[in-house]
Design a protein around this ligand. Structure first.
Ligand code: F6P
Length: 547
C-alpha cells in the first residue's frame, strides 16, 4: 500500500462526503433515472440493488480507488492461497479450501490439506449413510432417532442456521430429528431431554478446542443422562466429536473413529463447510451438503475473479465502510424476508462482530477510525412491529440489508404480500414522508388545518435511511452457500479496509477468566479473592438472598 495514495484517496473521500452528505436520496433519484441500472449487479445466485444508498457515481469511483490503493487484490489472493492472513496467530484462514472442488494440492506445513478435507467429507458421508439406514444403534440395539448437537458460537450458529434454513425442505429420507443446545443454563438441555429417549439419542460434542466450558458441561450432563439409563451397557455409540483437538476428545471418552476432524487453519465462525456442518449433512443428506459447498464456491469464484466495480462482496464492504467511517454510523441491520433465514442475523452477528469488533490494526497500533458496527436484525415482517420505528423515525443512521426470496417452499410458493412489505420498507426508509405530505394526508382524513399542522411534526419521516436489497430466486443449498460466502467475503474486505485481523478473538478470553474467580467465591466461598465494590456488593446480595 502506498501511504501517499492512501491518504490522497481517503482525503478525497472526506471532501466528497462533505459535498454530498446533505443530499437526500429523493434528489439523487430525481437527478438520475438510471440509478437502478447503475447501482445493481448480479452475482451467482444473488441479485443486489444498492441504488437506495447515499452515493453518486463519483462516490463509488473513489471507494473503488481506495480499494485498489490498499492492494485488495493481493489480500484476496493471500486469503485463497493459504497465506498467514491471521497475522496474530500466524495461521491461514482457509474456509474457502473446505468447499473448493478443485483437486490441485494446497500444502499447509507440508501437508496437502485437500487430502484431509476429502477424508473428512468421506467420513461424514459414511456416518450420515449409517445413520440414515438405521445402522447406527444405541445401547439397546435400536437405531438413533434424535441427534443433539452440543456446541456454542461458531460450533453452533452455522450448523443451527443451516438446518433451520434447509432441513425442512431438503429433508433427507431419514425420519430422525436434529436438536441444538448451546447454553450453560441446565434448563436448555433438561427441557429437551424430557421428551427424548436415551437409547435412541446421539450427541455430537462440537468444539474446535474441546475446552469450551459450556459445551463440556453439557457433554457431562448428556453422558450422565445416557449412562444412568443404560445401566452399564456400552454407550460408545451415543457420542461423536467434532474438534481440532483429537486428543482432548479421546481423553474425554470418544473413540478416534467417532471424531470428525477440524483444523487450525479454519476459524470457528467460518467452519460450517467442514465437519462442523455435520448436522446439516444429517438433515439434508451429503449430496445436498455438497450443493451447499458448491454454492459457496460459485461466490468464491465471483469474489476472486470479478472486477471490484461488479464484485458483490467488495461493493457491500465499501458501502459499509462509507457509512461507518464517513457518516459515523454504528449499527447495521440484516432483515431477511424468509422464515427459513430467521437465524441469519444471529449467525452474521458472530461472523461480523467477532471478526471485526477490533480496535487494533495488524501492525499493533490503534485503529484511527470506527470499525465493525453493531449488527442486529430479524425476519420480516416481524421487525416492522418492533424495531423498525427506530429505523424510520429514530436519530441513527442504520444501513439495512433486505434479503428476499422470490419463491418460497411450501403451499404458497409466491408470497406477493411478503415481498411487497420487503420492497415497501426499503422504499419507506429512503423516501420518508415530508411535512407537506403529512399535512396533506391528514387534511384528507378530515383533520382541520390547525390540527393537521399540530400533529404533523410527530408523523414526519425524514427518510434518507440507506439500504441494500438482495434477491434470491429460492432458498436452496446452493443459494444459501452463496449467501453465506458473500457475507464471509464482505467481512474479509472490511477487515482489510480497516487493516485489522478478522480472524482472532482475544477479547472473549477476559470474561472467561474473571468468571473463574467469581465462581470460586460463589461455590468455594474463597474470601481471598477481592473484587470491585459493585461485584462485591452483588456477591453479598446473592449471599444475603440465600444463594
Ligand atoms: O467466542 C469465542 C469462541 O472461541 C468462538 O470463536 C468459537 O466459535 C466459540 O468460542 C466456540 O469455540 P469451540 O469451537 O472451541 O468450542
Amino acid at each position: 500500500m502506498n501511504p501517499h495514495q492512501y491518504i490522497e484517496t481517503f482525503t478525497k473521500l472526506q471532501i466528497h462526503h462533505t459535498k454530498i452528505s446533505q443530499l437526500h436520496m429523493r434528489q439523487l433519484f430525481e437527478r438520475d433515472a438510471n440509478r437502478f441500472a447503475i447501482f445493481s449487479l448480479q452475482a451467482p445466485h444473488i441479485f443486489l440493488d444498492y441504488a437506495k444508498n447515499r452515493i453518486v457515481p463519483d462516490t463509488l469511483q473513489l471507494l473503488l480507488k481506495f480499494a485498489e490503493n490498499i492492494n485488495l487484490s493481493e489480500h484476496i489472493e493471500a486469503l485463497f492461497s493459504g497465506k498467514h492472513v491471521n497475522v496474530t496467530e500466524h495461521k491461514p484462514a482457509l474456509h474457502t479450501a473446505l468447499r473448493d472442488p478443485n483437486d490441485a494440492p494446497l500444502y499447509i506445513d507440508g501437508i496437502n490439506i485437500k487430502d484431509n478435507i476429502r477424508d473428512a467429507l468421506g467420513m461424514m458421508r459414511y456416518f450420515v449413510s449409517e445413520l440414515h439406514k438405521g445402522l447406527w444403534k444405541g445401547y439397546n440395539g435400536e437405531a438413533v432417532k434424535d441427534v443433539i448437537h452440543l456446541g456454542i458460537g461458531g460450533s453452533h450458529l452455522g450448523p443451527m442456521m443451516g438446518v433451520q434454513a434447509l432441513g425442512h425442505v431438503f429433508h433427507s429420507k431419514w425420519q430422525g430429528k436434529c436438536h441444538f443446545v448451546s447454553g450453560l443454563d441446565a434448563t436448555e438441555l433438561d427441557e429437551l431431554l424430557k421428551d427424548l429417549n436415551p437409547n435412541t439419542t446421539l450427541f455430537i460434542i462440537a468444539s474446535k478446542t474441546f475446552t469450551t466450558q459450556e459445551t463440556l458441561i453439557n457433554a457431562q450432563r448428556a453422558r450422565k443422562w445416557i449412562s444412568d439409563a443404560a445401566s452399564g451397557k456400552d454407550i460408545t455409540n451415543h457420542f461423536v466429536g467434532i474438534t481440532a483437538q483429537i486428543e482432548n476428545a479421546v481423553s474425554w471418552g470418544i473413540p478416534k473413529s467417532h471424531i470428525f476432524p477440524l483444523w487450525d487453519w479454519v476459524g470457528g465462525r467460518y467452519s460450517l463447510w467442514s465437519s462442523m456442518g455435520l448436522p446439516i449433512a444429517i438433515m439434508i443428506g451429503m449430496d445436498q451438503f455438497q450443493a451447499l459447498l458448491a454454492g459457496a464456491t460459485d461466490m468464491d469464484e465471483h469474489f476472486r475473479h470479478t472486477a471490484f466495480a461488479e464484485n458483490m462482496p467488495v461493493i457491500l464492504a465499501l458501502l459499509s465502510f462509507w457509512y461507518i467511517v464517513f457518516f459515523k454510523s454504528s449499527a447495521h441491520a440484516v432483515l431477511p424476508y424468509d422464515h427459513r433465514l430467521r437465524a441469519l442475523p444471529h449467525y452474521l452477528q458472530q461472523l461480523s462482530m467477532e471478526s471485526n469488533g477490533k480496535s487494533v490494526q495488524c501492525n499493533g497500533t490503534s485503529v484511527n477510525m470506527p470499525t465493525a458496527p453493531v449488527l442486529f436484525g430479524g425476519k420480516g415482517t416481524e421487525g416492522q412491529h418492533s424495531f423498525y420505528q427506530l429505523l424510520l423515525q429514530g436519530t441513527h443512521l442504520i444501513p439495512c440489508d433486505f434479503i428476499a426470496t422470490l419463491r418460497h417452499h411450501g403451499p404458497e410458493t409466491k408470497q406477493p404480500l411478503l415481498l411487497s412489505h420487503c420492497l415497501a420498507q426499503s422504499r419507506a426508509l429512503m423516501l420518508g414522508k415530508t411535512k407537506q405530505e403529512v399535512i396533506a394526508s391528514l387534511l384528507k382524513q378530515g383533520y382541520t388545518e390547525k390540527n393537521a399542522k399540530k400533529c404533523a411534526p410527530h408523523r414526519v419521516i425524514i427518510g434518507n435511511q440507506p439500504s441494500n436489497t438482495l434477491i434470491i430466486s429460492t432458498l436452496t443449498p446452493q443459494t444459501l452457500g452463496a449467501l453465506i460466502a458473500l457475507y464471509e467475503h464482505k467481512t474479509f474486505v472490511e477487515g482489510i479496509l480497516w487493516s485489522i485481523n478478522s480472524f482472532d478473538q482475544y477479547g472473549v478470553e477476559l470474561g472467561k477468566e474473571l468468571a473463574e474467580d467469581i465462581k470460586q467465591r460463589l461455590i468455594e466461598n474463597d474470601e481471598t479473592l477481592k473484587f470491585d465494590a459493585s461485584t462485591e456488593g452483588l456477591l453479598a446480595y446473592c449471599k444475603q438472598h440465600s444463594y
